[in-house]
Write a protein that binds this ligand. Structure first.
Ligand code: ZN
Length: 312
């Protein structure tokens, strides 16, 4: 693998994707799928969400999935944790990085985690303290959700997004990224908001988590790239991300995103053919679940050559 890809693609399918579909992928299929993603060259994968199995039976095997993923060489294993309890379980399982969802929308925060935004920041502080005590090398990212709009309250003031990102950093998170949870972002807004957040927290500005709900996923990723973002969340086959309408994908499709950057000469470290092949174990584990992606559908263009340095 190339030492320094131009961009880091953070695969979120095994978490964001699997928790959004009703069927439960059996553990052995999850492990096979994660192995295939790693073999394609992905070096950061969000593999699970540590939440009560009663709420999300899809994630009941989170600890087992993490324990397997951390054996894969060179892989940063991430998990989503909404609270201290989840963080304890994730750290015990051996994750390398935690992501904590922090809604910029007051209404979404109450609906999603039943906490005010200030309470959520207090939770970040508790998780940071726990991490400092028992696993100081683990990194913590706050994912500022509903950063570009909210289905409950509508518009989310940009000041609120910048405030939430700054509060998360002040609480001890290493990074704060912006999530278009509801698929409402547009490229002008993405540029403006990432610029504003960067002006506030500088190099602690984290990933762009874009959705393709209304077809602007790739355009929004490119807009984020143009203003300095270098880490992009995406999901193989566009799995998950709460699509609102049949035929619409949710998360940005990893295959299409890798194609865009590689076609532009920006290395991702990901082998596109092997990435497309990683759809087979996904589909084997979730028979009948629709997967998306323009590139897998159309195939690679004739004479396709990737930028130097795909995974060995
Ligand atoms: Zn998502």
């Amino acid at each position: 693998m190339q030492d320094n890809p131009a961009v880091l693609i953070s695969e979120v399918g095994p978490r964001d994707g699997l928790q959004s579909v009703d069927s439960v992928m059996p553990t052995e299929h999850k492990l096979r799928w994660i192995d295939a993603l790693h073999a394609a060259g992905l070096r950061e994968i969000e593999v699970a969400s540590f939440v009560p199995a009663k709420l999300l039976p899809q994630m009941a095997d989170a600890a087992a999935v993490v324990r397997h993923a951390i054996t894969l060489p060179g892989l940063t294993v991430m998990a989503l944790v909404p609270n201290l309890r989840g963080a304890q379980a994730a750290l015990a399982a051996g994750v390398h990085k935690l992501t904590i969802p922090c809604s910029a929308s007051a209404a979404h925060s109450l609906a999603n985690v039943r906490m005010t935004r200030k309470q959520m920041i207090a939770t970040v502080r508790e998780i940071v303290a726990l991490r400092n005590d028992i696993a100081p090398r683990v990194r913590i990212e706050a994912g500022i959700s509903t950063a570009f709009g909210c289905t409950i309250q509508g518009e989310v003031p940009e000041d609120d997004v910048v405030w939430m990102a700054a509060q998360a950093i002040a609480a001890g998170a290493e990074e704060a990224g912006l999530s278009d949870t509801t698929g409402m972002a547009n490229p002008a807004q993405v540029r403006r908001l990432f610029n504003r957040v960067r002006a506030e927290i500088g190099e602690r500005t984290g990933a762009a988590h874009m959705h393709n709900t209304r077809g602007l996923g790739l355009a929004n990723c490119l807009a984020a790239y143009d203003v300095g973002v270098r880490t992009f969340d995406a999901s193989l086959g566009g799995l998950g991300g709460c699509p609102y309408a049949p035929g619409a994908s949710g998360n940005v499709v990893t295959e299409d995103l890798v194609f865009m950057f590689e076609a532009m000469g920006l290395s991702t470290g990901v082998d596109l053919e092997k990435l497309i092949a990683a759809r087979a174990p996904l589909q084997a584990g979730l028979p009948g679940e629709p997967v998306y992606g323009m590139v897998p559908q159309a195939g690679l263009p004739p004479g396709w050559k990737q930028s130097a340095g795909v995974a060995a």
